[in-house]
Structure formats: structure tokens, C-alpha cells
Design a protein around this ligand. Structure first.
Ligand SMILES: C[S@@+](CC[C@H](N)C(=O)[O-])C[C@H]1O[C@@H](n2cnc3c(N)ncnc32)[C@H](O)[C@@H]1O
Length: 197
């Protein structure tokens, strides 16, 4: 059954390159970090149109998304022969402990149940595996009022504008390894976590 989020991205896929223009500089830093790691098996959850797929330089990449329309575009951008699958990050069809790295780029504030997603990420990551979370993060100051004011519009666009990583119980199963501030002060960040056990 298709969820409202899947339907939204099926309808929005052709306009997504406009969003991607804005996200491109942030992703450069993500790929610098990812490509610096020893070769391994990498899962990207919510790959979208996959315009960034050619930026993966050395890993063996599996990329999933729930939107068939987004995946069709990703197939055209798949110059690296990534394995592309229609699958939800909230119920992954992979065995336990098979991936070295997992990338969540602007996905954790989009999925219906981020808690389930992080539990699944923990399950399929190898011990000491790394997860890369690129996202906006609501600041702990008056600027949070902007995210709160934006909530009704964000709901229409199927994402959570008020977004605190600490609200996920499952994040405690990982240790923060690196925090990199990106655009707009510290509003956009790349958080790199390591699986605890
Ligand atoms: C904001 S886009 C981000 C796309 C890409 N990661 C990027 O950074 O450009 C969010 C993507 O997550 C996908 N998505 C939403 N819920 C999902 C889920 N439960 N499992 C996998 N992908 C999901 C959407 O279809 C959409 O393609």
C-alpha cells in the first residue's frame, strides 16, 4: 500500500531537481567524508532521484526508496551500477549486520516513523558501522520559532520542520563520532554516528 509520503514523492519527482540545487553544496561534504573511508558495503535509504549517485567513488552501493517515480529517475543517474530497490527504510528486507555504512540524506525528517528507521539502520549495520545523517536540525534558541511557524506548510510537503535528533530513543544505540556544521550556521549539519554494539 502506498503511503501519503510515497504518493507525494511520486507526484513531486519532476520538481525535485529544484530542491536538489539547494542541497548540492551540503552533499559535497557528505561525499568527501564517505569517500574517505575504506571500501565497504554502503546502503543509502531514500535515494530520491539519485542525481548524486556518481559522487560515490569507491563503495559497493545499494540504494532504496519507496517512490517508484523517484527510483525511475535514479536509474537514469545510476552511472555507478548501484543496486536500486523499491523498499521502505522502516522495514528493510536485508539480513542483520550486512552494511558498513548507511547514508540518510534529508530522509529522517521525511519518513513516517523515524524511530523504526533508526532501529532498522541499527539492525542491518555491522558492529562499529557508521551512519551519516545529513539534515536540518531545529536550533535550541529563538530560531526554533521559525521551524514551529513553518510546521503547517512543512506538513503539506511531507516533512517535519521541527526536528530534534535527541527525540529518537534509538539514536542512543549509536555514538556521535563527528558533527559538521554546514549551511545557515548550524541549521544544516552532517552527523556521523558509529554503532555501539
Ligand atoms: C527529501 S528526499 C531526499 C532524497 C535524497 N536522499 C537527497 O538527499 O536528495 C526524501 C526521499 O525519501 C524517500 N522516502 C520517504 N519515506 C521513505 C521510506 N520509508 N523509505 C525509503 N525512502 C523513503 C522519498 O520517496 C524521497 O525520495
Amino acid at each position: 500500500m502506498k503511503t501519503p509520503t510515497t504518493n507525494f514523492y511520486n507526484n513531486f519527482s519532476l520538481l525535485y531537481p529544484l530542491v536538489d540545487l539547494f542541497l548540492k553544496p551540503q552533499k559535497k561534504r557528505l561525499f568527501d567524508e564517505v569517500n574517505n573511508l575504506p571500501e565497504g558495503k554502503l546502503l543509502e535509504i531514500g535515494v530520491g532521484n539519485g542525481a548524486h549517485l556518481p559522487q560515490y567513488k569507491k563503495h559497493s552501493v545499494v540504494a532504496i526508496d519507496t517512490s517508484g517515480a523517484m527510483l525511475s529517475l535514479a536509474k537514469k543517474n545510476n552511472l555507478i551500477n548501484a543496486e536500486l530497490l523499491e523498499m521502505s527504510g522502516e522495514s528493510l528486507e536485508f539480513n542483520d549486520q550486512v552494511f558498513d555504512y548507511i547514508v540518510l540524506s534529508h530522509v529522517l525528517a521525511v519518513v513516517d516513523n523515524g524511530e523504526h528507521l533508526l532501529e532498522e539502520v541499527h539492525r542491518v549495520l555491522k558492529p562499529k558501522g557508521k551512519v551519516f545523517i545529513l539534515n536540518h536540525f531545529t536550533p535550541n534558541n529563538w530560531l526554533s520559532l521559525i521551524d514551529r511557524g513553518f510546521e503547517p506548510i512543512a506538513r503539506l510537503f511531507r516533512f517535519k520542520s521541527v526536528f530534534y535528533i535527541r527525540n529518537f530513543a534509538a539514536i542512543k544505540r549509536f555514538t556521535l563520532h563527528k558533527e559538521i556544521n554546514l549551511a545557515l550556521g548550524s541549521y544544516f549539519k552532517l552527523l556521523i554516528y558509529r554503532k555501539n554494539d
